[in-house]
Design a protein around this ligand. Structure first.
Ligand code: BG6
Length: 485
């Protein structure tokens, strides 16, 4: 192979990604407290999930059992090992460690659970990649403090990080501070920050401008918490690699009209670049300061905040990538359906059954944009196709559509590496079927491993291998060789 066309590096981290609230279940076992995810009912593509202030009798809460990894982690990790995973992205449920968030002592049973999970991963030489907060927080922090809108939550988070960093310092090297931190600038992410109205149907709707100030305050508080965690983590173990995690919305101008181009630049700055700039470069970019000024957004920054951000720069840039969208300055253009972060549909692309537009070239483009902007190692920690699967009479699941999607995106990553991007790992989302974050459904499946469970919670929870399981195993064992792609 020529140096110009070298493909995946030999120590490339192939694996898969999950999150505690969509995977574990055992929502009230082992001393775990309620998390914000535990008060979200199930929805569908067209019917938003509901957030309830208490657990309602008769309502279905998908996180409560999820796919029961809490009891089945050994079986699942064995299957990951069979595929040849080098890395497994998972999250720690904060409310397993600090059930109320503001407790002074951690819950030993919760810590023990993750001791066991990490030991099992080590058995197969699978490196854990741990998200410290993946779309959930202890629910009591919402009730008592209005979640991340309140600066007090920073200290609770840092205390939680200190406990898990110390406990797992010899078994976990790769960490992510917050999942899709920039989702906080949208309604979708606000509840995850534990700061929004309860008992409403707004989970899956668009931007709610009158709450912008609160969202950006919550985001600022997360920036400070993340920076403090990075600094602390490096003190506890200088070998830690701690990354940011951003939902990277690849946006194209719908037309070459200069207004479309300018708007795309502005939206990309505020949605993608703001968080990367603060977390990788350690300071707010000017475009954000001006946006806050123009929109009368006053963020409560205290003396010392700037220094904290400057001292807490992340080691690598991780992001999720599922789709791209188009931006139009013409208000008449229809909003893209099913794309959680809005945008206008791209006439050149096909969509998934949930309306997410499939664009592997956009991944190559994004990788180049990110790496050229920040020049730090990059990891794609989520990517994949949410689709309905059919189990044939003989039990097989022939998910060629998923293979096609992943193949095209892996090829795009390979091209990006050949463009010069320092890409170090790939963990496709939902390597085992799990609960959808946006809809709470089970039938929106991403996995290589099928889990027998339906949208209403019925099923044996048995695991079986899909066609993509064998294909991905080959991808890993050949390090993404051309003949597999
Ligand atoms: C990302 C989240 O936004 O996308 C995951 O980090 C989520 O938690 C994934 O599951 C896919 O989205 P969905 O809504 O199809 O589950």
């Amino acid at each position: 192979m020529s140096e110009l066309n070298c493909g995946f590096p030999k120590d490339f981290l192939w694996g898969g990604a999950t999150a505690a609230n969509q995977l574990e279940g055992g929502y009230n076992e082992g001393g775990k407290g309620l998390s914000t995810a535990d008060v979200m009912t199930s929805g569908t593509h067209t019917k938003p999930r509901r957030i309830t202030s208490t657990i309602e009798e008769g309502a279905y809460y998908p996180s409560h059992e999820a796919i029961d990894f809490y009891h089945r982690y050994k079986e699942d990790i064995k299957l990951f090992a069979e595929m040849g995973f080098k890395v497994f992205r998972m999250s720690i449920a904060w409310s397993r460690i600090f059930p109320n968030g503001d407790d002074t002592e951690p819950n030993e049973e919760g810590l023990k659970f993750y001791d066991n999970v990490f030991a099992e991963l080590k058995k197969y030489n699978i490196e854990p990649l741990v998200t410290l907060s993946h779309y959930e927080a202890p629910y009591q922090l919402t009730v008592k403090y209005n979640g991340w809108a309140n600066k007090k939550v920073i200290d609770f988070y840092v205390r939680y990080c200190e406990v898990v960093f110390n406990r797992y310092k010899d078994v976990v090297k790769y960490w992510l501070t917050f999942n899709e931190i920039n989702a906080l600038t949208s309604a979708f992410g606000t509840f995850m920050a534990g700061a929004m109205q309860i008992d409403n149907d707004e989970f899956n709707t668009g931007l709610d401008d009158d709450r912008q100030e609160m969202r950006y305050q919550a985001l600022h508080n997360q920036f400070i918490a993340s920076a403090k965690a990075v600094k602390l983590g490096h003190q506890i173990n200088p070998d830690f690699k701690i990354g940011c995690m951003i939902v990277n919305m690849c946006s194209y101008p719908l037309t070459c009209h200069p207004d479309d181009i300018l708007l795309t630049q502005q939206q990309t700055n505020m949605f993608n670049n703001l968080c990367g700039d603060v977390q990788v470069r350690g300071a707010y970019p000017n475009f954000a300061k001006k946006y806050f000024e123009r929109n009368n957004i006053n963020i409560n920054m205290v003396p010392g905040d700037e220094q904290i951000l400057a001292e807490g720069k992340v080691d690598f840039y991780a992001f999720s990538y599922y789709m791209s969208c188009c931006i139009s300055a013409d208000p008449e253009k229809v909003k893209g359906k099913g794309n959680v972060f809005g945008g206008v549909p791209n006439p050149y692309l096909k969509s998934s059954d949930w309306g997410w537009q499939i664009d592997p070239v956009g991944l190559r483009y994004t990788l180049n944009e990110v790496y050229n902007r920040y020049q730090v190692p990059v990891m794609v920690v989520e990517n994949g196709l949410g689709a309905m699967d059919t189990v044939e009479e003989d039990g097989s699941i022939n998910d060629d559509y998923r293979i096609d999607y992943l193949k095209a995106h892996i090829k795009a990553m390979k091209e990006a590496i050949n463009d010069g991007v320092d890409l170090i790992g790939y963990t496709p989302w939902g390597c085992i079927d799990l609960i959808s974050a946006s809809t709470g459904e089970m039938k929106k499946r991403y996995g290589f491993i099928y889990v027998d469970k339906d949208n209403e919670g019925n099923g044996t929870l048995n695991r079986s291998k899909k066609k993509s399981f064998y294909w991905y195993k080959d991808v890993i064992s050949t390090n993404g060789a051309d003949e597999i792609l």
